[in-house]
Ligand binder design. Structure first.
Ligand SMILES: [Zn+2]
Length: 112
C-alpha cells in the first residue's frame, strides 16, 4: 500500500536510494522474503532480504537503525535469508572484502 508513496519520493530511484528505500525496492522487485526459502539452503523459510556484499560500489547507510551498514541500491545484490542465517552471514561478511561471487558467499557463510 506504500508502493505509490515510495515511487513518488525522491530517494526511491537511482543510486541515491536510501538504505530503507533500497530494501523496499528489493521487496518490490522480488516480493516479500517470506515467499522464498532461505538462500543458504538450510530449508527454513526466509524472513529478510540480505545484502550480499557483491556490489562493486556499495553505499553506507546513515539510517539510525543501520548506521554504517553497507547496502546496494540494486535489488540484484540481495538474497532471501532466515533471521539466524542473516545474522551469521552479516558477521561473516563484515570480516571479508566485497565483490565475492554469490555462490561462494553463501557456501562460506554456511560453513562458518
Ligand atoms: Zn538459512
Amino acid at each position: 500500500m506504500f508502493g505509490k508513496l515510495r515511487e513518488q519520493s525522491g530517494n526511491w530511484r537511482g543510486d541515491a536510494a536510501t538504505y530503507t528505500a533500497a530494501h523496499a525496492r528489493v521487496r518490490a522487485e522480488h516480493g516479500p522474503a517470506s515467499d522464498w526459502h532461505c538462500a543458504c539452503g538450510c530449508g527454513r523459510q526466509a524472513e529478510e532480504w540480505a545484502y550480499l556484499g557483491t556490489d562493486p560500489e556499495p553505499k553506507v547507510s546513515t539510517h539510525a537503525d543501520s548506521e554504517g551498514s553497507l547496502y546496494s541500491p540494486d535489488p540484484e545484490h540481495y538474497a532471501p535469508l532466515a533471521k539466524p542465517c542473516h545474522r551469521s552471514f552479516d558477521v561473516w561478511q563484515a570480516q571479508r572484502r566485497t565483490g565475492v561471487p554469490i555462490a561462494l558467499v553463501i557456501a562460506e557463510a554456511l560453513a562458518a
